[in-house]
Ligand binder design. Structure first.
Ligand code: ATP
Length: 491
């Protein structure tokens, strides 16, 4: 993860938001290379989920909506995480991510330790327990450390558990519900009546526009409405870089089906389709997985949910959730708005509220998975190099165009004309500075699949060197055939 963080900074993929003011936790800015990669991810999703399907249409909703939307959806009352405050340090923790354990030696309790959720937290907790034992100068055999979340601690235990920040016991509060929605005000008067929320998901914009889409298009069931857009959640503990941030982008689809349709098979199909999409991006198969949610852990309205997971350096985590949500959302909005959201099925002459399958992915989590999957270090001609083995369709820059020497006007001129021609088709990069090997290396590091070098032979015979990123193999290609040759490789 450290190598990826350093690459992101060094090469302009991602920066901390407002860095010159010390940054603000949970917010990030995508730099010149990063925003190209992010755009490519979103474009491929839109292409595959919307444009290449006749049964799915797109929508682009505002991020601030009528506050009643969030009442109806249940977010205003229920979109909350239990949190614990440290009264001394003023730090705030999610109760399900803060663990504690009693420490006992030869069966005798000597105190408590606390531990934030982490990949190696069991080992870290055992080390803390050893330190406590040494501090208390106690001899003997330590009993096994059994971590539990702070939500399971009783009042007596809570008074003795040390704060993870200060190490002092007795400063943690009991868990309280904390709503994750950011609030704002609409208009000049900032009172309760003008309060609004920044949307915590894009899905509700789709549900409240369901009738508009049905009335303005010729959709027939089953059909989907898709949206890409920003979402905001005031996460208590943003962490793992962009994985859990407070402002992020979602790519969501609501796929509506008839109430008597075989929802299990639609759900299965969408899990397969979405998994296949991640493979089509070139993400390594062995890093992808599926997690089926246990029935007893599902939200009351959900019938099934399967996550697509990725093995990030900090653990296996969800990139996308595919839920079967029945007709919960449309029912709530119909009740709350008093407007009928029923669909008239011309084939059966029936009116009903369709059910829905919801594949919901986070752009930033896909971005991070793509980087982690593509990152590699290898040795080329006895030199170590960092290379991003990105699939050409995702690569922020498709080709680098280099004159062999920058002080030869004929080479510069020819390479500029090739660059300007390719620029009409793709995002390409021209660079004349530094040794050619260094220029190749800079392109390898940001995942550029091809490098084109204009040398003295080019002036003679109208060909250039085309170098391939992964193998570093080089071939000669006629300048007149470059666009076609690249198109074949990039598509
Ligand atoms: P988690 O359990 O990790 O908080 P979630 O189950 O609450 O996620 P959903 O509400 O299902 O997530 O949101 C759909 C998708 O939006 C997730 O699969 C994820 O890719 C993305 N997402 C959710 N919260 C965040 C966040 N704080 N930062 C980045 N992406 C997020």
């Amino acid at each position: 993860m450290d190598s990826i963080l350093s690459l992101c900074r060094r090469r302009g993929f991602i920066f901390q938001s407002s860095e010159i003011y010390g940054g603000v936790a949970g917010f990030f800015d995508y730099g010149p290379i990063g925003c190209e990669l992010k755009r490519n991810i979103k474009d491929l999703w839109w292409r595959d989920v919307v444009r290449r399907r006749e049964d799915i249409v797109g929508i682009d909703c505002s991020t601030i909506m009528h506050p009643q939307v969030w009442k109806a959806s249940g977010h205003a009352d229920g979109f909350a995480d239990p949190m614990v405050d440290c009264r001394e340090s003023k730090m705030r923790y999610r109760a399900d991510q803060l663990y504690f354990a009693p420490v006992s030696v030869d069966g005798k309790m000597i105190g408590y330790i606390s531990q934030l959720e982490d990949v190696g937290m069991q080992t870290l907790a055992e080390e803390s327990a050893q330190r406590l034992k040494a501090k208390r100068k106690i001899q003997g055999k330590m009993d096994p450390i059994q971590l539990r979340t702070i939500a399971e601690a009783n009042a007596e235990e809570l008074a003795q558990i040390p704060s993870p920040t200060t190490g002092n016991p007795g400063t943690l509060t009991a868990p309280r519900q904390f709503n994750l929605m950011f609030t704002t005000h609409i208009g000049a008067v900032a009172d309760a009546a003008s309060m609004a929320y920044l949307r915590p998901e894009t899905a509700q914009g789709i549900f409240v526009n369901f009738k508009n889409i049905v009335d303005s298009t010729r959709v027939k069931l089953p059909f989907g409405i898709a949206q890409i857009g920003r979402a905001y959640r005031n996460e208590i503990t943003p962490r793992n870089f962009t994985f859990r941030s407070r402002e992020f982008e979602q790519m969501e689809l609501e796929y509506f089906i008839a109430p008597d349709a075989d929802w299990q098979s639609f759900h299965r199909e969408w899990v397969e389709t979405r998994l296949h999409w991640y493979l089509s991006l070139g993400i390594r198969r062995e890093l992808l997985g599926q997690e089926v949610h246990a029935m007893e852990k599902l939200a009351h309205y959900a019938r099934a949910c399967t996550d697509i997971t990725f093995a990030y350096p900090f653990g296996i985590q969800e990139i996308e959730g595919i839920a079967a949500r029945g007709n919960f959302d449309l029912t709530c909005h119909q009740q709350c708005s008093g407007k009928s959201l029923e669909f008239f099925d011309e084939d059966t002459q029936q009116r009903y509220l369709p059910h829905v399958i919801e594949p919901s992915a986070g752009v930033d989590r896909v971005f991070l998975a793509v980087l982690c999957s593509a990152y590699d270090e290898d040795e080329l001609n006895g030199e170590r190099r960092t290379v991003l083995r990105l699939s050409p369709q995702l690569a922020p820059i498709k080709a680098g165009i280099f004159p062999l020497q920058k002080n030869k006007p004929e080479l510069v001129q020819l390479s500029r004309s090739i660059f300007e021609n390719l620029q009409r088709h793709w995002n390409v990069h021209w660079d004349a500075t530094g040794a050619i090997g260094r220029r190749y290396r800079r392109m390898d590091e940001v995942g550029t699949p091809y490098a084109i070098t204009v040398d003295f032979d080019s002036l003679e015979n109208g060909t250039v060197t085309l170098r391939e990123r992964d193998s570093a193999e080089q071939s000669r290609v006629a300048i007149a055939e470059l666009v076609d040759a690249l198109r074949e490789k990039l598509d």
